[in-house]
Unconditional design. Structure first.
Length: 171
């Protein structure tokens, strides 16, 4: 937790991980169990889309619970050329940021993450519950401060950033 202006607390929760395609179903099940139906929120004010957990790409998803869609906050900003934009206020909105783990073009596993930075203590508690449940399904690699799926064969896996992870480093 971080104190910020006007006495409000900013709750930051995050988890970095390596996962397989099979793990996406398990992750989606835990997400649905904790949050129910999730919708993708655009970074700029437009229509809201249903989150597709089966997508196979390294993309930023901003997720909101169906019941909290009304709590999404966009701020108006004016660009140098007079254009008005309405970016998402990530701190005032109950949004969970998600970048899925995937394989890059070289066949290396790319680290994914979940991240939340919110003033909303009820939403932060749900995020904590979700991350706690998810961590139980993974093994921790202290050296890299990341989690790794037990479905990943360390003897053959290749990781981004030239990381080498051995069984001895897992907890």
């Amino acid at each position: 937790m971080i104190n910020i202006e006007r006495g409000m607390l900013l709750m930051i929760k995050q988890m970095h991980f390596y996962a397989t395609e099979d793990d996406k179903v398990m992750i989606a099940d835990i997400l649905n169990n904790v949050f129910g139906q999730l919708f993708e929120v655009p970074l700029y004010k437009t229509d809201v889309f249903i989150f597709d957990e089966k997508a196979n790409e390294q993309k930023l998803y901003l997720l909101v619970e169906e019941s909290r869609r009304k709590d999404i906050v966009y701020d108006k900003s004016k660009l140098y050329d007079g254009t008005i934009i309405e970016p998402l206020d990530l701190m005032r909105s109950p949004v969970l940021e998600h970048v899925p783990s995937c394989k890059n073009l070289k066949g290396e596993l790319v680290e994914g993450h979940f991240y939340c930075c919110s003033h909303d203590s009820n939403f932060s508690k749900k995020v904590s519950k979700f991350i706690t449940k998810l961590k139980k399904e993974f093994r921790y690699v202290k050296k890299y401060r990341t989690y790794i799926s037990s479905n990943i064969d360390l003897s053959t896996a290749k990781f981004d950033c030239e990381r080498i992870i051995t069984k001895e480093e897992l907890s």
